[in-house]
Structures are given as C-alpha cells and as structure tokens.
Ligand binder design. Structure first.
Ligand SMILES: CC(C)(COP(=O)(O)OP(=O)(O)OC[C@H]1O[C@@H](n2cnc3c(N)ncnc32)[C@H](O)[C@@H]1OP(=O)(O)O)[C@@H](O)C(=O)NCCC(=O)NCCS
Length: 306
C-alpha cells in the first residue's frame, strides 16, 4: 500500500493572532504530505490536478503535533487519488483534525501528463469520483468570466509569484496556493463579518492551468452564502501574464468560514440579501451544496486516526 506519515510541530509562527494553527498552513501541510507520497508513486514531477474537499474539523494549537497520513486510494494511467488525514496529538491523545481528498497527475518536463508505473487498484466508487471530477472540470472551463461583477460584497487579492512560491518545475506550488487562497478569502470573510473567522472547509477545485513563476496571481473572492454564524466565500483564481497581456482562469472554488467571538465561539453575522437574480441563483446553489458538504463532513469526522 502506498502510504506516508509526516509530522509537524505547531509553533507560534504557524498560528494566527488568536492562537490556532492558521487554516492556510494547515491545508499546506496536508498538501505537502500528499505531495511526498505522490513523488514516490510517480517517481518524478507531478502537479495537483484537483481537490474534492478539505475539511478542517478541529483547530490545532501551539505545541500540538500534527501527524498527517497520506494514502493513495486508486491510480490510473498518469493520475492518482490521495486521501489525507491530519491527526492532532495533544496530552497523549490523538484526534482527527483535518481530512481531504485530492488528485495528482504525473507530468513530464513540459508539464504534460506522463504514464506512471505504479498500479493502485481502482474500484467502482473511485471510478465514479473520477468521472465526476472530469465532468466538473468541463463545467469550470466553460465559464471563464470574472467573479466580482454582479456580486454585492467581494475583494480582489493580487500578488506576484516569485521563486519562493514555486515548485521545482517553475509552477506555483499548490501548498503556497492554498496559503494564499485561505488568506485572500479569510480577508473577505473578516471584512464582511467584522471580526475573526475560522476556516471550516475548502470545496472542490480543478486546476485548469498552471500559474508560473513571474506571473501575477489574482484571487477574486465574494460572499456567496451567509448562514447564522457561517459564510461561504466563492473564489475565482486567475493567472495574469503582464508581458502578453493575458488573464487565464486557473480554477474556481468556495471556502466556508465560521465567524467567532473573543472566546473562539461562533457569533451571529448579518444575512446578505441578494441584490440581483444572478446573486440569488448563486446563493441557492451554495445552499444546496452546503447541505451536501455538511452531510459528507459529518461522515468523514467519524474516521479514525490509524
Ligand atoms: C493537471 C493537468 C496537467 C492535466 O492536464 P490535461 O491536459 O487537462 O489532462 P488530460 O485531459 O490529458 O488528462 C490526463 C490525466 O489527468 C487526469 N486529470 C485531468 N484533470 C483532472 C482533474 N481535475 N482531477 C483529477 N484528474 C484529472 C485525467 O483523468 C487523466 O488521467 P489518466 O492519465 O490517469 O487517465 C493540467 O490541467 C494542468 O497543468 N493543470 C494545472 C495544475 C497545477 O498547476 N497545479 C498546481 C496548482 S497550484
């Protein structure tokens, strides 16, 4: 079985200003560990092709140790499905802190898919998930429009991608991408809710195109749903090549946040009233997805840290 375990110590510089492991760093640790496993499965370069979900179930705190288990679930010609679980060790006990499912593709020196030798048996459920991903990817690629026009509350986050953000093949490293995504979307959640927030989950994303070192990354984030204490921030990620004057859609996703008070307890937020038919449709879609997401999250939380 293809499986790795990686250990991380939560130090003060990994935490936010209220003492919890930063959501973006938490997610980047899950991606680091899946990447370590993928490098042994693929025996060479690879890229993160998609994430089905990442749930942050329990916050980790300073001095906790997070053991991340990565397990390959199935492989095909060039792609591998990997599950990650982050287990928090505290006072001699261990609890599930985070869980995610993602797919990697082995690539050659030009970033194109290449066959792998490893064979990890698939099964009907894995085949169904794979078919859904490819369908989802098609739908994402069909709508390359900007996210912010037409949305009541949103912000754009822009930065240059330097070598410090890159992978060995000159492409933005997915762990860094998640740290930036979490920061960008948490800013939208905090500004809207006028206080602190916890990242609860990151939704599905298919990475259509790479972001290269030297590109400008733009993350557009907008409030797409508000509950009593939680809110969904939708995102569209773009790579801008300022030499060619092009702007390419990299992916679309949604992060869920919970607004918290000074004691870390959920606090009520204002409901966002949709200002247009377009915004109302997005909110309805997010509400439907959210019911499904919560159901899946509850099942996954039962998973053990073995
Ligand atoms: C991932 C990538 C290399 C796939 O290239 P592509 O031309 O779309 O791929 P193809 O249609 O030829 O399919 C090749 C394989 O990738 C798999 N694949 C493609 N998109 C996928 C997705 N969204 N999720 C899971 N697997 C996917 C296919 O199933 C196929 O698998 P197989 O060879 O095992 O049968 C390409 O989309 C890419 O470069 N994306 C950006 C990746 C990136 O930058 N990641 C870092 C994010 S910060």
């Amino acid at each position: 079985m293809y499986r790795t375990e990686t250990f991380y110590n939560v130090f003060p510089w990994h935490t936010n200003h209220f003492g919890s492991l930063h959501g973006g760093i938490y997610m980047s640790w899950l991606i680091d560990s899946a990447g370590i496993l993928m490098s042994s499965v693929s025996q060479g370069n690879y890229l993160l092709a998609s994430v089905d979900y990442l749930y942050l179930v329990k916050p980790a705190r300073i001095d906790d140790v997070v053991r991340v288990i990565a397990e390959a679930k199935a492989s095909w010609r060039s792609s591998v499905e990997i599950e990650v679980r982050g287990c928090i060790k505290r006072n001699g006990k261990e609890e599930l802190g985070a869980i995610g499912l993602m797919s990697y593709v082995a690539v050659d020196e030009n970033g194109r898919p290449r066959p792998i030798k490893a064979e990890i048996p698939s099964n009907p459920d894995a085949e169904l998930r794979r078919a859904r991903r490819l369908e989802r990817k098609k739908l994402t690629a069909e709508d390359t429009s900007e996210l912010l026009p037409g949305m009541t509350f949103g912000r754009s986050y822009i930065r240059t991608i330097y070598p410090e953000h890159g992978f060995t093949n000159g492409i933005l490293y997915a762990g860094k991408m998640y740290t930036m995504l979490d920061e960008a979307l948490a800013i939208v959640a905090k500004l809207y809710s006028k206080g602190n927030t916890f990242t609860a989950s990151a939704g599905a994303v298919d990475f259509l195109n790479p972001v290269r070192i030297g590109d400008i990354l733009e993350i557009q984030g907008a409030i797409e749903y508000t509950g009593n204490t939680s809110l969904d921030v939708g995102a569209k990620i773009f790579a801008i090549n300022h030499f060619r004057g092009t702007k390419t859609l990299v992916g679309r996703t949604v992060f869920s946040f919970v607004a918290i008070d000074d004691q870390g307890k959920p606090r009520p937020i204002n409901k966002l009233e949709p200002a247009s038919e377009y915004e109302r449709r997005i909110m309805e879609m997010r509400l439907k997805e959210r019911e499904e997401r919560i159901k899946i999250g509850k099942t996954l939380q039962q998973r053990e840290c073995q």
